[in-house]
Design a protein around this ligand. Structure first.
Ligand code: DON
Length: 285
């Protein structure tokens, strides 16, 4: 488990759950479907969608790149090596922290509320909330993210107050969900922005395409290539054990299993997605 966030050490390593929502809003669930877990990096898809809505593609991609890395999700190395000091993509930690730093709100609390509101609309669950214990646990121990953010501030990539930006980031990572919530979120991305459960048009089609393309290339970090070969779907993982996978135009899938591989991706989650993708011929990559 992701024991570098002490509060996550208590998750059940053997929990396993899966949920699917199709384009008609039909939901399937199996396994430990009541297990609640924190979104962690899956929330990067939400803050990115919000930034694209509020600021547009040109502005967003002047602050972060759009290319995959073969580095771990919290790697510091390349930030100094690249002369622009721009994180390579918005799904690694450095990129997601920069995204939070450019959200156009007066104060960090409003920025977080906007991310949470976007999470609620994408999942169709108005009760999505942060897990306070996980948030505080990461805020207390998140020195790697702190170092990424302070470096980015030192070179001018981040201009906002670092602790305030990190607060938004740690809070969004602690948003708590079930696999069913994430299946709806994933289905909304698959259906080009229309939430199949609520019927609401949450995002424009173009933004969903951009987000899915980044998920396909960068969603599992340095495990993205192997995942594309195994499963063949745009996806995004989180160290809470969740993974969302999108079958464009057809359905959203979400899995959760808290035991992680060396890249921070759910071991059982990947295995389950591979079986589902193979058995139903879902791969698009
Ligand atoms: O910033 C962190 O390290 C965590 N809050 C999120 C990292 C994460 O989920 C990486 N994904 N697999």
């Amino acid at each position: 488990m992701a024991t570098y966030i002490p509060e996550l050490a208590g998750s059940d390593p053997n929990a396993l759950a899966v949920s699917v929502m199709d384009g008609g809003g039909h939901l399937l669930e199996a396994g430990d479907r009541d297990v609640r877990f924190t979104m962690q990096s899956i929330s990067k898809v939400i803050s990115l969608s919000l930034a694209l809505m509020e600021l547009g593609e040109t502005e967003v991609f002047s602050k972060v790149g759009m290319d995959p890395t073969a580095d771990p999700f919290n790697s510091v190395m390349r930030l100094e090596m690249v002369s622009s000091h721009v994180p390579q993509n918005p799904l690694i930690n450095a990129g997601a922290i920069v995204i939070d730093s450019i959200l156009p709100y007066d104060d960090p609390q409003r920025a977080f509320f906007a991310v949470r509101e976007m999470a609620r609309r994408l999942t169709g669950n108005p009760e999505i909330c942060e897990n306070e214990a996980v948030y505080l646990s990461e805020k207390r121990t998140g020195d790697r993210n702190r170092s990424l953010a302070y470096f980015l501030k030192s070179v001018g990539t981040i201009t906002a107050d670092v602790e305030a930006v990190l607060d938004v980031y740690f809070r969004q990572c602690s948003l708590e969900v079930t696999v069913a919530d994430l299946a709806v979120l994933s289905a909304t991305l698959s259906m080009d922005g229309r939430n199949p459960m609520t019927g609401e048009m949450v995002l424009p089609r173009k933004i969903c395409r951009t987000v899915r393309a980044l998920m396909a290339t960068c969603g599992l970090y340095d495990g993205s290539g192997a995942f594309a070969m195994k499963v063949g779907l745009p996806a995004k993982s989180g160290v809470g054990g969740g993974i969302i996978a999108s079958v464009p135009g057809i359905m959203g899938i979400a899995v959760c299993g808290p035991s992680l591989d060396n890249q921070g991706n759910s071991i059982a989650g990947i295995a389950l997605l591979e079986r589902i993708s193979d058995e139903f011929g879902l791969r698009v990559l």
